[in-house]
Design a protein around this ligand. Structure first.
Ligand code: SAM
Length: 290
């Protein structure tokens, strides 16, 4: 439904509804209650097509490159020998698209709980979802990532990317110690886990960041956090966790090897890698408190 000169807005609320982020809806593309979540796709003139799950923006055409660069390339710069990758969630396809750019990767397993997300993105967001029809190494499965990792063999993956929703609804189990322990078991010796660490600005996000970090720290000997600018997430700045059995994201990064690949990226570069892991003092304090 195309809306001409409408005054319809999508708003995401924070701090007990004291703050909101709003995007004007220029077109309603898709609204569906799936078995897992409420799925909405809208178009906004500035941000393009954007997808909302249970009232929270997940991806927009304009700023998805930041999130998808950062979930994938820092880990690949630390361990260029990654061959087997597991993506959990990531139904829009952007994470798989970035992973698929590495010719050295042999297998990309992707476990998304909600097929409706994939189908809607195939229809309305080809910039991220075209990977589904173009990438023979990609094995897309519709299942709960929590269950999949529990049943996966030890050492099966070199990289696990948790591209999930927030710790409510279907994504909740992906923020538990049990899940992180399963990831540890399923990773190879130099394996890396990248997972959601939420935001460090609004109270609710800070609490989730603390909880996620405390659980990861308990499970992995190396547990670091890195940030990136993403205008459509709460406060415009968001964080991933980098956890590994053996590799440190700063000491073990291999900028020459990564730069030699000649990949063109709009956000990530190897100087920014160092900046992303260099956290502001207020974020260091949050992480030190757990
Ligand atoms: N970039 C987004 C963000 O952080 O706001 C997330 C992207 S969105 C594609 C996350 C995906 O995770 C959704 O498609 C959702 O269906 C999927 N998901 C949530 N819980 C899951 C689970 N337990 N197993 C597999 N996929 C899950």
């Amino acid at each position: 439904m195309l809306l001409k000169n409408s005054d319809l807005w999508f708003s995401e609320y924070y701090m007990d509804d004291d703050v909101k982020l709003s995007l004007k809806i220029d077109e309603v593309l898709h609204v569906e209650q799936t078995p897992f979540q409420k799925l909405e796709m809208f178009r906004n003139e500035t941000f393009g097509v954007f997808m909302v799950l249970d009232g929270y923006t997940q991806v927009t055409e304009k700023d998805e490159f930041v999130y998808h660069d950062m979930i994938c390339h820092p880990a690949m710069c630390v361990n260029p020998n990654i061959k087997n990758v597991l993506i959990i969630g990531g139904g829009d396809g952007g994470t798989a698209r970035e992973v698929a750019r590495y010719k050295s990767i042999e297998k990309i397993d992707m476990v998304e709980i909600d097929e409706a997300v994939v189908r809607a993105c195939e229809k309305f967001m080809p910039s991220t979802s075209s990977v589904y029809s173009s990438e023979p190494r990609l094995n897309l499965m519709f299942d709960d990532g929590l269950k999949f990792v529990k049943e996966a063999p030890a050492g099966a993956y070199d990289l696990i990317l948790v591209d999930s929703t927030d710790p409510a609804g279907p994504g909740e189990g992906l923020f538990t110690v049990g899940f992180y322990q399963d990831c540890f078991r399923v990773l190879s010796d130099n394996g890396i886990l990248i997972n959601q660490h939420e935001g460090a600005f609004y109270d609710g996000d800070i609490e989730e960041m603390k909880k996620a970090h405390a659980k990861i720290k308990k499970t992995f000997p190396i547990a670091k956090v890195f940030g990136f600018n993403t205008p459509t997430y709460a406060s415009g700045y968001w964080y991933f966790g980098f956890a590994s059995k053996a590799l440190d994201p700063m000491k073990d990064m291999k900028p020459e090897a990564w730069n030699a690949l000649g990949l063109e990226t709009r956000y990530y570069n190897t100087d920014l890698h160092k900046g992303a892991f260099s956290l502001p003092n207020y974020v260091k304090e949050i992480l030190a408190s757990v």
